[in-house]
Design a protein around this ligand. Structure first.
Ligand SMILES: [Zn+2]
Length: 326
């Protein structure tokens, strides 16, 4: 749970979210940092950009919110990072999205040497709700990618994923200089993309007991209602995963489907945590942001809340230590 560091309570971006309602303060011109009690997530602001970090990772990274960008369309305002999101209501211009991406990277101190080029960080051209994870180097960083995760061990590379309810996961072995960014909607979660990311990091030299994971803001069980047969479909998909760890986790994953107020719910954050733990990551090395994207309309975009026309947040990470110059 979060706590309020002396901030006056008031109506704010956490809306009716039971976990966040006490957090927000009345004034929008804030610079205070919110810190969790149980975990290590913090809400920070820099040059107007509001974002979350987890102290657990030990490298430069951020989970963005919708605050601090230059998008002016109602459904994408303010910090949309997708060139294509918007639906019938229209997408942001490329200039606006590029400026938003630049602001996000700069806010958390990510200033790679290639930032003057035509991209700020590597982000999939299209995410597929797949289990595909690409390995990124300075040579391929500007390519088009159709995937849902990245691994890199280059200090010149920053990788990112886009979400608007789905679960963003950032992983790092800071000592080995290997990081990963994962987009895990329900299909990606059931396919075991989190476990496959860990496997890929190990292949490039990460040490299992050194890997830290931060599970960012995503739709919570408070709002993630699912069909009655969803659980069965989900577990079947887990059993078909390419990841042995994920297949083996399917029985235990069933615990994270509940009925609340007469409606079936799923806890995607908890299932991803289970898969990461089953991969061998220590529980104390996994941080979870409890905030729900659906509940907090002033803070987060939400595909489910906004329908076809929505903006997109970014979760970005680089192997560079927090105190480095690049
Ligand atoms: Zn919610």
């Amino acid at each position: 749970m979060f706590y309020n560091s002396g901030i006056p309570k008031g109506r704010g971006p956490f809306g009716g979210c039971p976990e966040g309602s006490a957090l927000w303060r009345a004034s929008p011109a804030f610079s205070l940092i919110h810190k969790t009690e149980d975990f290590m997530f913090e809400m920070k602001t820099s040059d107007g950009v509001v974002f979350f970090t987890s102290d657990i990772l030990g490298v430069k990274h951020a989970f963005s919110t919708r605050i601090g960008g230059v998008s002016t369309l109602p459904h994408t305002a303010e910090l949309n990072v997708s060139y294509t999101s918007g639906g019938d209501a229209g997408a942001d211009s490329a200039d606006i999205v590029t400026e938003n991406r630049r602001r996000l990277a700069a806010a958390c101190g990510i200033m790679p040497p290639y930032a003057a080029g035509d991209y700020i960080f590597t982000l999939a051209t299209k995410q597929l709700h797949s289990d595909i994870i690409e390995y990124i180097t300075p040579d391929n960083a500007a390519n088009d990618f159709y995937c849902d995760g990245f691994v890199t061990d280059s200090p010149l590379v920053t990788v990112a994923v886009k979400t608007a309810d789905c679960v963003p996961i950032l992983l790092a072995d800071a000592g080995a200089g290997i990081v990963s960014a994962i987009h895990a909607g329900w299909r990606g979660t059931a396919a075991g993309i989190a476990a496959l990311a860990v496997e890929k990091m190990l292949r490039y030299g990460a040490k299992l007991h050194h890997i830290k994971a931060a599970i960012g803001p995503a739709i919570g069980t408070c709002c993630y209602t699912v069909a009655p047969d969803f659980k069965e479909t989900f577990i079947k998909m887990m059993l078909k995963s390419r990841s042995e760890v994920t297949r083996a986790s399917s029985e235990k994953a069933a615990e994270f489907f509940t009925v609340l107020n007469g409606t079936d719910r799923a806890d995607l954050k908890a299932i991803n945590r289970l898969i990461l733990e089953s991969s061998g990551i220590k529980s104390e090395n996994i941080d979870i942001c409890s905030l729900c994207t659906y509940c907090s309309p002033d803070l987060f975009y939400s595909h489910r809340r906004q329908g076809a026309s929505f903006g997109v947040m970014g979760a970005i990470i680089t192997p560079n230590p927090i105190d480095s110059d690049i």
